[in-house]
Unconditional design. Structure first.
Length: 269
């Protein structure tokens, strides 16, 4: 980008990072500030957080911003990861295969298909919001704005880093231990894996399918370690946010385990 950015570029950056900041703020106010996902009894609060922060702002807001950017000619829908049903179908298949391979190579704690489906459904809404905000909006916009000065490959690398870093920083708005520096750094590195998939495939749907697999490993490992894995062996166990979500408290255990540390979940009254 040039030193003096044109008004259209400033508007695009304001919209993209404004959306990001509102999403992060909503996450903090509705989840991180009051530890919503660490309180199993807070069913209404968890549902409200998911609907407002992830569905309304993360997903709905991203759709509006992408529409504005595409109409302004700043980012095309193809750059944002929307390239038609045929391409989406192929990349979703690839995303599922690669994600499942990642799950397998990390030592799959369960092969029960009901457990896998329940865990996948549990983290899906959050994954959709994360991919849309961090990659389809900020990542695609960064690459588009940097390409003229930096070239195709360098702009893509820089955009991948930007998307991964904002994905990691977003977790400061969450409950412990996700708001701790080592975990944020770790998740930023994990974000680089998602960045590679997104910028190679240029498809939102396949990226969501792949990115979601990075989350279910943690959920299933934590449930297995806590002896609660049987709760996910029933088809209805993840049907609602109240009964089905074991939330960040479960993912917490596995994230810390991946970091090679040990922690204890806070006692829930």
């Amino acid at each position: 980008m040039s030193a003096a950015a044109p008004p259209s570029t400033c508007r695009a950056l304001t919209l993209a990072f404004g959306l990001y900041l509102v999403w992060v703020l909503a996450t903090y106010l509705l989840e991180g500030r009051i530890h919503t996902l660490l309180r199993p009894e807070a069913m209404g609060a968890r549902l409200y957080y998911s609907l407002v922060a992830n569905v309304l702002i993360g997903i709905g807001g991203s759709a509006l911003v992408i529409r504005f950017l595409s109409r302004a000619g700043t980012v095309s829908t193809q750059q944002a990861g929307f390239r038609g049903l045929g391409h989406a179908f192929a990349t979703v298949v690839i995303g599922v295969v690669l994600g499942f391979a990642f799950y397998t190579l990390q030592g799959a704690p369960s092969w029960n298909p009901v457990v896998l489906i329940n865990a996948y459904a549990q983290v899906l809404v959050g994954s959709i919001a994360e991919v849309l905000v961090c990659w389809a909006v900020i990542g695609a916009l960064s690459q588009s704005l940097l390409q003229e000065d930096r070239g195709r490959w360098m702009s893509t690398i820089l955009a991948a880093v930007v998307a991964s870093v904002v994905f990691g920083i977003y977790h400061f708005a969450h409950s412990p231990p996700f708001n701790q520096v080592p975990v944020v750094v770790f998740l930023s590195v994990i974000g680089l894996v998602t960045s590679v998939f997104f910028f190679v495939s240029r498809d939102v749907y396949g990226t969501i399918a792949f990115h979601n697999f990075l989350g279910i490993l943690g959920v299933i490992r934590a449930l297995d370690a806590s002896g609660n894995l049987s709760a996910f062996e029933r088809p209805s166990s993840a049907a609602g946010y109240g009964r089905g979500s074991h939330s960040v408290a479960d993912r917490r255990a596995c994230t810390v385990a991946l970091l090679g540390k040990r922690t204890h979940a806070p006692r829930v009254r």
